[in-house]
Design a protein around this ligand. Sequence first.
Ligand SMILES: Cc1cc2nc3c(=O)[nH]c(=O)nc-3n(C[C@H](O)[C@H](O)[C@H](O)COP(=O)(O)OP(=O)(O)OC[C@H]3O[C@@H](n4cnc5c(N)ncnc54)[C@H](O)[C@@H]3O)c2cc1C
Length: 388
Amino acid sequence: MSTVLETQEHQALRAAVAALGKRYGRDYMTGVVAGEGHPDELWADAAKLGYLGVNLPEEYGGGGGGIAELSIVLEELGAAGCPLLMMVVSPAICGTVIARFGTDEQKQTWLPGLADGTRTMAFGITEPDAGSNSHRITTTARKDEASGDWLLTGRKVFISGVDIADATLIVGRTEDARTGNLKPCLFIVPRETEGFHRRRIEMELQAPEKQFELTLDDVRLPADALVGDEDAGLLQLFAGLNPERIMTAAFSLGMARYALSRAVGYAKERSVWKSPIGAHQAIAHPLAQAHIDIELARLMMQKAARLYDEGDDMGAGEAANMAKLAAADACVKAVDQSVHTLGGNGLTKEFGLASLIVASRVARIAPVSREMILNYVSHQTLGLPKSY
Ligand SMILES: Cc1cc2nc3c(=O)[nH]c(=O)nc-3n(C[C@H](O)[C@H](O)[C@H](O)COP(=O)(O)OP(=O)(O)OC[C@H]3O[C@@H](n4cnc5c(N)ncnc54)[C@H](O)[C@@H]3O)c2cc1C
């Protein structure tokens, strides 16, 4: 892979994370999933080396870098076959939102743990009746005037990692902003809070991170559970959502590279006629195209990360959306072609590529579907009218 566009520090980070990923690899992740466990050893090692908090402020134990660095970490672990999905939510969304908008106390309480990986935070915005339309979320926060506490009621679906996260950052809305365009407010809800119930959703995904339906039943939270300001609204939310999209792009690119490298290796070795199957252009060209698509998507991801890290939230929004769409599409195609390249072996458990067919679809749906990104570009960039 060409790295001329990256600084020497970024290249060194890539190489170091790739070396860590290689020590663990796909077999480690497959074993963790088979044992219904979690990649705790890899998480701890990555944390010890400073990779998980590389984007968080130095004064709270982070690396003082940005999403550019964090996305390198996730992409390289993915390329080695052992991505850490919780990086997308814990340091990228929750860490960023708290670092940018949290109170001093919230920063002191959460950032050191998120940075050194000893604590994790999940993120919950999706609701059963809202889905792609976040403006429709109904999780409502009511202020108990006597105590100053918040009472949070609502439902969430598909929230990743709630069982292992110390807390979940829940997106709700205050009672006086119950309808109309979303004026979100964000609450830190510790895992064992009374009234905060979770039920696992069985997915066809072979990943250690599980998804949950959450029911919040008059969950009582202290006043300081509200992150930042009730009125900061969308600005605060998007401070977390752009990193999420950039990190989802990194997740997809890692998986795409992993699948492609397996297919290329196989295509060089496997011969059923005179030469290896990789000599047939019907095999070689789609793999070459997959490589091109990955490289193009990474360029857009780097642009999005750069804009975001330089503080251009608006510019980063468009680029992060485009990067996520391009990387998700590149991943779906790379995985599909890789499985095909292995013929029957592509569908065996032994070669382990077929499960990526399901996994590669996730980024087309979450955190925002490709249709919603196409809508965004149609309306925001091209100025076309809305159909909804
Ligand atoms: C593995 C996984 C992990 C997840 N983890 C989290 C998490 O940690 N936290 C969290 O909050 N959420 C999480 N999600 C939820 C995810 O963000 C949602 O699934 C996603 O936002 C889509 O919402 P939906 O599933 O309700 O689909 P819907 O909104 O019901 O959409 C269904 C289909 O209709 C299309 N569609 C909808 N509206 C339009 C329109 N206006 N124009 C064109 N097409 C449209 C969509 O593109 C999609 O193809 C996760 C999902 C998955 C699959």
